[in-house]
Design a protein around this ligand. Structure first.
Ligand code: SF4
Length: 674
């Protein structure tokens, strides 16, 4: 067995960058459930009960299945839990539930070998199946590295043989946060390391002629996760493999943040036709996850019917479309000029909201755009989530606006304004070409991707006050807008672009699942997919979400949430909280809310909240601080990867954590609103 090194080449990772075209994978079976190939994208989730609590696990599994789960994963930390899977399975079958079960394994090959004889699928983590993680840097010679692989092969082979004998499927599930010291030492903490971690195990399976595999590349950072899956597909295809992909963002958190972060990662890949099964990890009850996964997937049901195409390599069309400078495996923000200090260049992406339909006699409407109005003082307080531009179309507010808030008006209305300070015009392409009366500071021009090939575009007078507002009404809108960015790169045009997406009342997928999923959640998921997929590739100097049915407050927080999840503009604390499982040592939902209530003003800090010390420290990834369950009522606190307070009482743990943040000089007092 050789320690193959896969080169990261600028290259292809999907069938088409312009049309929805699924990457058709090998069909595998998990019990009777077919996955991959031409099958629908399967929905799955994981229980949070103690696996020894048979009744609790059975009842939670039933709630998950009733909510739409097609596979149920259950942790098996040791042999006794693995054995109890037989009882759980029996009771589920007795109650008429035949949903396949998956055993989740970390560190314990012996538990995996028991579980593989009982359930339909086992999940192994190549970072800890036969490797360890102590954050040691080890310099292996090639010979030593090969010897390590041979050692792992010997430990892993018995499981593969059992899976072959019993017809059990296997997920090789890499986690960014739990790469082994061996992989980290050789490949670093990178998407490349994640891919190699799985490929080593996949090559061992292939050598044993075992192909009932599903692969995942999870991370709590959607950017890393997207790059890893892309690189995995490219690497698999180069080695003649096409195993189904399980998509997920780990430790996504809860509520709006968890949904947006999941959609950025999972949605970006679904847009490019990747993904055979989806698990959304939320720090919530597990039955809350399937509806979110289903809402993400349902958008592709219609597109999937239209397109089934097997492509062996990713050549002709993509080669012509992608500018040579663009590398889909690395993040680089597109080069743009700074339009007179308003937008573009090195500035963080700007947020635009439409207030043209609000009551423009009431100054409090700006609360929803992040400017908190104090009637007592007749002034506004700005926060980290105050929008940069408000669009009034052809309406005029009858109150004074905050001194730093930029206003956008349709061109004809802007022309008539007597005081144009902080007021900027929004042109159509034809208006911009046909009129010389423009703003000396900032001119926004609305266009669609196809306009770039038009005569009008060729006649545009370029100046660094020009900014594009890019709209689309294509079904595959993200790819439509991305093609515009590719062409801009090819033409070496550095005009900043605000990406606008509209979700009108009759938006297709909304009508399909409305009633099962609320409209605010759908907006979070779809806009995070559409805009997030561009931002993770460095495209977009601003975002504008237009959704007439949704409250402006939700639109504003969604926009900032997308920028946070794509790490392009940090406006709040980030919580990397695990979804919990049978190992969890405290109530994650309650604890996350408690920690959030006292630290949510610490903009830019990343706090990991992990249910157990076995996997938690590894899976906190790049958190600045960690709050990790280490025993009953015991918490261990981390600064980065270092445990700084061990096994302290949970009653004092949050105060102690805040003390550490204060000692590090990272604490600020929360600002009280007037
Ligand atoms: S970190 Fe959380 S989800 Fe992961 S094994 Fe521990 S308790 Fe379970």
């Amino acid at each position: 067995m050789s320690a193959t090194t896969t080169k990261t080449l600028p290259g292809r990772y999907c069938n088409s960058l312009t049309e929805y075209s699924p990457f058709v994978t090998r069909e595998v079976f998990i019990g009777d459930l077919a996955m991959g190939g031409n099958n629908p994208i399967r929905i799955q989730s994981m229980t949070t009960t103690d696996t020894m609590d048979t009744l609790g696990t059975v009842e939670q599994s039933i709630r998950m299945i009733d909510a739409g789960c097609e596979l149920v994963r259950i942790t098996a930390p040791s042999i006794k839990e693995a054995q109890n899977l037989a009882e759980i399975k029996k009771q589920l079958r007795n109650r008429g539930y035949n949903t396949p079960l998956v055993a989740d394994i970390h560190f314990t090959p012996n538990a995996a070998e028991v579980a593989a004889r009982i359930v339909e699928k086992v999940r192994v983590n190549p970072g800890n199946y036969a490797d360890k993680k102590k954050f040691d840097q080890i310099d292996y010679t090639d010979l030593e590295y090969r010897a390590e692989l041979e050692r792992i092969n010997q430990k892993f082979t018995p499981l593969v043989k059992i899976c072959k004998e019993y017809g059990t499927a296997m997920r090789i599930g890499t986690n960014h946060g739990s790469l082994s010291d061996r992989i980290m030492s050789r490949y670093g903490d990178t998407p490349h390391g994640m891919v190699e971690s799985a490929m080593e195990f996949m090559r061992m399976c292939e050598a044993l002629n075992y192909h009932n595999l599903i692969i995942s590349m999870k991370s709590s950072n959607p950017q890393v996760m997207v790059q890893a899956y892309r690189l995995l597909v490219q690497t698999m295809v180069a080695e003649g493999m096409n195993y189904p992909l399980h998509l997920g963002v780990t430790e996504a958190g809860d509520g709006e943040d968890g949904r947006i972060k999941s959609a950025v990662g999972i949605g970006t890949l679904l847009e490019d036709g990747m993904g055979d099964t989806v698990r959304v990890s939320l720090t919530e009850e597990p039955e809350a996850e399937a509806p979110v996964a289903r809402a993400l997937v349902v958008r592709y049901t219609e597109r999937l019917k239209a397109k089934r195409q097997k492509v062996e390599g990713f050549e002709a069309e993509n080669k012509n479309l992608v500018p040579p400078k663009h590398n889909p495996f690395e993040y680089k923000k597109r080069d743009t000029y700074e339009a007179n200090a308003f937008i573009g260049g090195h500035m963080v992406p700007r947020v635009v909201v439409d207030l043209s339909k609000a009551n423009l006699k009431d100054p409090a409407i700006l609360n929803d755009a992040g400017y908190i109005y104090s009637p007592l003082l007749d002034k506004y307080n700005m926060g980290e989530q105050s929008v940069d531009f408000v669009y009034f179309a052809d309406e005029l507010p009858s109150f004074n606006l905050p001194g730093n808030l930029k206003q956008l008006y349709n061109y004809a209305t802007w022309q008539k304004l007597t005081n144009k300070t902080l007021c900027h015009p929004v042109f159509t392409l034809q208006e911009y070409i046909g009129n010389v009366d423009r703003s000396s500071a900032l001119n926004l021009v609305r266009l669609k991707p196809a306009d770039i090939d038009s005569d009008e575009f060729g006649a545009l007078p370029f100046s660094n006050s020009l900014v594009f507002v890019l709209e689309t009404d294509a079904i595959h809108g993200m790819a439509d807008q991305r093609a515009f960015f590719f062409k801009m790169e090819e033409l070496e045009l550095e005009v900043p672009v605000i990406v606008k997406r509209s979700y009108p009342e009759d938006h297709g997928p909304w009508t399909m699942i409305h009633g099962q999923t609320d409209i605010a959640t759908m907006l979070q998921l779809y806009s995070a997919t559409d805009l997030g997929a561009l931002l993770v590739d460095g495209f977009g100097d601003g975002i504008w979400i237009d959704a007439p049915e949704v409250d402006t407050k939700i639109i504003t927080s969604t926009a900032f949430g997308i920028l946070q999840a794509t790490r392009s503009r940090i406006s709040k604390t980030e919580y990397i909280s695990c979804p919990s499982c049978g190992r969890t040592l405290f109530d994650l939902m309650v604890t996350t809310q408690m920690i959030r209530s006292r630290t949510s003003h610490l903009k830019g800090l990343k706090i990991g909240i992990m249910g157990c010390i076995v996997n938690g420290p590894g899976e906190m990834a790049d958190a600045d601080y960690g709050y990790v369950g280490s025993g009953v009522d015991k918490i261990t606190l981390y600064r980065g990867k270092e445990a700084v307070k061990k096994n302290i009482n949970s009653a004092n743990a949050l105060d102690e954590l805040i003390g550490i943040i204060k000692d590090d000089g990272n604490w600020v007092e929360p600002v009280l609103e007037n």
